[in-house]
Design a protein. Structure first.
Length: 230
């Protein structure tokens, strides 16, 4: 089962249900271990502190959420996929997992100190609608942190990266996943996602201010942070 770039919600949910068991392993292998490095930067960007209320959207099995919990934050790990939530609860029973649609969050306005999403926004059918929801539920003075695949900033490295996506990633996914065809979508969705400055414009349009950008691993991943000031 795999989704297409129209990102039909039923197809996206079915795809992630199918790959939930091996999802974190494939991510680690496909990123050559960089995935853990990227998530450490997410934890720093969120500026987690005890008692802070954090919404981790598209939380998957809780790979990022667990870092916030260990730092003493009150965390809601929200995901669209029942399979991901079930696997997350099995691994991390201490995390509050809730099923949620990023485009229509069930949480009250101004109810979180921070909202974060890692490698999930490009899977949403309408990312701008999700950004509007993030803005709604974060409190004034709070912030959003978005970690997503982006575009390497150095052209030769960008060419090498595109070769990796097309030629190296598929065999890795085939060896490590029971549903390797789903990872064809991974490559397609990464290549279709807007570059750093283009995506920052979407954050600004949603209302976030004081925008900050940090490129990781040469721009393979971009870490965006924006604040809700009013």
């Amino acid at each position: 089962m795999r989704a297409n770039l129209d990102k039909n919600p039923h197809d996206v949910k079915s795809m992630f249900n199918a790959v939930a068991k091996h999802y974190d392993l494939v991510n680690f292998l496909a990123s050559l271990g960089q995935e853990k490095f990227w998530r450490r930067h997410v934890a720093r960007a969120v500026v987690t502190r005890p008692g802070m209320r954090i919404l981790d959207v598209a939380a998957g099995t809780g790979a990022s959420s667990i870092k916030f919990v260990k730092a003493g934050a009150e965390v809601v790990a929200a995901d669209f996929s029942e399979g991901m939530i079930a696997e997350g609860r099995r691994r991390h029973p201490e995390i509050d997992f809730q099923q949620a649609d990023a485009m229509n969050l069930q949480f009250e306005a101004n109810s979180f100190d921070a909202v974060t999403i890692s490698f999930g926004l490009r899977n949403v059918a309408d990312p701008d609608k999700a950004l509007a929801e993030f803005y709604r539920v974060v409190r004034p003075g709070g912030h959003v942190v978005i970690c997503e695949f982006s575009r390497p900033t150095w052209a030769p490295f960008r060419t090498l990266y595109q070769f990796f996506l097309a030629r190296i990633l598929p065999p890795i996914a085939k060896l490590a996943s029971s549903d390797a065809v789903a990872y064809d979508y991974l490559t397609e969705s990464i290549l279709a996602w807007p570059a750093q400055r283009e995506f920052a414009a979407h954050l600004k349009q949603a209302g976030f201010e004081r925008l900050q950008l940090k490129n990781l691993t040469g721009g393979i991943v971009a870490l965006h942070r924006g604040y809700k000031l009013k």
